[in-house]
Each structure stands twice: as C-alpha cells, then as structure tokens.
Ligand binder design. Sequence first.
Ligand code: GRG
Length: 277
Amino acid sequence: MTDIQEIIKNDRSIINRQLKCWLNFNRSVPTRLAKAMRYVVLGSGKRIRPIIALESFNACGGKRREWIIPFCCGLEFVHNFSLIHDDLPSIDNDDYRRGKLTLHKKFDEATAIIAGDALLAQAFELFALSKAPAGRKIKAIKVIASAIGPKGMAGGQMLDIYPAARNSRLYVARLKTAELIAVSIVTGAIIAGVDDKFQNKLYRLGINLGILFQLTDDLLDWHNDYLLTTVGDNGNITGLRKQAENFAQRTENGFRSLGSQFEFFVQLTRLILNRKD
Ligand code: GRG
C-alpha cells in the first residue's frame, strides 16, 4: 500500500468515527429524521472533502486537530445534503447512490428533503462549535457559505438543470463541484492560520483539483453507460480524458511548487485522475 493510501485510510477512519458521534442524537431528534440522516451519511462515501480539509490543515502546519475536525465533518454533511437533494425526483431522479437506494426511495421525498435541510443546518452548528480562534472560524464559515450558495454550488446546480448558452461545461463544473472542494482545502489553511496570499493560492489549486474531480466523475459515468449500452461517444471521451490530463498536470505542478509538505496533494491529484470510483 502506498503512502497516500495509508493516509487516506487513516483520515477516513478518524472522520467516520467523528461523523458517527455527531449523528448520535439519543432522543433529542425525531427517530425517523435521525435514521434518515444516519442512513445517508454513515454509508460508504469516499470522504474526499473532509480528508482534503484535514490534510490541508496538516500541510499548513496546523497542530490542534480538534480545531479542524468539526469543519471536516460539517463539510461532509454539506456534501451529503447536496447528494440527497441532487437525487430527488425533481432534480436527477436517481434510485441508487453509493450502491444502495437513495434516501427518497428508502424513506420518502418529504423525509429526504428534511434530512437534507437538517444536515445543512447541523453543518453550520459544527463549524461554530470548533474551538479554533474566532477570527479564523468566522472567515472559514464565510467562505464555506459563499462556496455553497448562489455564487457556488446552488448556482451551479441551477445552471446544470437550466443551462444558459454562454456557460461552458467547465464553468458549471466549477460552481457545482469545484467550489466545495476548493473551500475544503482553504478551510484547512484558514484554521491553521496561514496568510491570505497563501489561502488564495490554495483556492486556485483547489478549483483546478475540483474541476478535475468533476471531469473524472463524468468520465466514470460515461464509462459505466458505455459498459451498459455499448453505445459510447469515443471522440468525446478521448477529448474529456485529454482535458482531465491537462488539468491534472497543471494542478500537480502547482502543488509541487508549494514544497514537500504538499506531497499529499501532488499524489492526490494523480489518484483523482486515475480513480475508478
Ligand atoms: C448547497 C445550497 C446548496 C444547494 C445544493 C443539490 C445541489 C444544490 C447541488 C448538487 C451538487 C452535486 C451533487 C454535484 C456533484 C458533485 C459530485 C461529483 C458528487 C460525487 O462526489 P463523491 O464522488 O461522492 O465524492 P461520495 O459518494 O464518495 O461521497
């Protein structure tokens, strides 16, 4: 097993343990809602966003892990919220996610909408509960809210459903997917206390990494459709693969230029380019 896989495995188990704790409500939450939230979050997600936040915190010299962990978990809650709503009949109308029934199929649509809302709200409670210095915390909360709001993920989702002619595929990928990934790396940097200039550098690299993530997500979708139907658009797939390789090369070079503390992100870029899930 390579270094990066060890790190990912270790981070994932830390995060999974914490997610479980935050979803242990005893009797304080209606049983159906608690079950729905746990059904979604405690599944088999890759936890890429919280891992990015944690490793960015480490690379930026952050020491007190308890400052960043609530942000890691909150970012995963936001991501899960977005998946629940994305799967709804009025949006993508998907029956399966992570190899099991989507939340609205397992429960019902009302439960899915409410569980999504609850996760988004609880994410912000977790951010506020971090013991990080208040100024850092407020800045991180501000950039996260902006990344998922109308200028970020929500805007991207709108353009995905109602495309506007002038918006390229890359622009939509940036809003819908890359902003949350970029803000995960920036959050680690803010909470570790690096300066604004370095935060901005990481933001730009995070956007590239996030676009790469969406491009490879599209490639995986196409590959699976191709396997199912044996009717694929090979020309398009080759073009997309080339675009992903270009993004990966530029992103990898950018992380490499930041020094050996960012080796994790150099390797992560390669891993995302070649991912199979
Ligand atoms: C945030 C206010 C607000 C609204 C959300 C529904 C919605 C609006 C946005 C959906 C965005 C979306 C689902 C983008 C796709 C991102 C993507 C590539 C998801 C797959 O992520 P993985 O592979 O999933 O990390 P796992 O299952 O591993 O967690």
